[in-house]
Design a protein around this ligand. Structure first.
Ligand code: HEC
Ligand code: HEC
Length: 161
């Protein structure tokens, strides 16, 4: 009986030693790109809303078929099931008068691939794909390079020639 208890106590001690020996996770100061250093159970002070870029200069595209970003403010433009303010300028019929870029022909093709005389329902909510840009500091770094800007690295084969 005595040896039995001795074994139990010895294994408990061994277990406790193991538990103590676990590597400890270093305590890093909490940081999140959106909330900063405010702990999760506290409400951070909301940052100021970055101003929308409103330079009216069409921006370049980063890849083929990218929906172009909106180069103007869209504050208070109604865009719901009752009205689409974007089309007041961007509809092909309004473009001449408004000076806006008319919506692409692809916006008149429905899901069956048929071209019709009116905007396709799947292209009705413009801001699903087109977004204005804020003049804001990047939250995280980005090293994206457009395909045209990737310089072909000489391969070992071509170097030998
Ligand atoms: C008052 C007229 C007007 C309204 C309303 C308007 N736009 Fe524009 N939009 C323009 C004009 C003009 C341009 C050309 C660049 C410039 O002057 O800003 C343009 C440019 C754009 C471009 C860039 C096109 C390209 O080829 O790069 C996009 C995308 C765009 N608008 C989307 C929208 C969306 C989405 C809405 C609705 C939320 C909207 N616009 C409402 C006049 C308008
Ligand atoms: C499902 C995504 C989607 C929706 C919704 C959408 N677009 Fe587009 N749009 C695109 C893409 C992708 C392009 C670029 C490729 C192309 O021409 O189809 C584009 C191109 C454009 C262009 C540039 C045309 C050109 O000739 O350079 C304008 C302007 C535009 N869209 C306006 C609008 C407006 C206004 C609406 C809402 C009525 C809208 N788009 C809805 C995806 C979308």
């Amino acid at each position: 009986m005595r040896t039995f208890f001795a074994v139990i106590i010895a294994s408990l001690v061994a277990l406790a030693a193991l538990a103590i020996a676990q590597p400890t996770v270093p305590v890093l100061p909490f940081h999140d790109s959106l909330r900063g250093t405010t702990p999760l159970n506290e409400e951070p002070k909301a940052p100021l809303i970055a101003p929308t870029e409103n330079k009216d200069v069409i921006r370049g595209l980063n890849y083929a078929q990218q929906p172009p970003t909106i180069p103007h403010k869209i504050d208070n433009y109604q865009l719901d099931k009752n009205a689409n303010r974007c089309l007041a300028c961007h509809a092909r019929s309004r473009a001449e008068e408004s000076g806006a870029v008319p919506v692409a022909v692809s916006h008149y093709i429905d899901r069956d691939g048929l071209v019709s005389g009116h905007l396709s329902p799947r292209r009705y909510f413009c801001t699903q794909c087109h977004v204005p840009q804020a003049d804001a500091k990047l939250l995280i770094g980005n090293t994206f390079v457009a395909v045209e800007d990737i310089k072909q690295q000489p391969t070992s084969k071509s170097q030998k020639k």
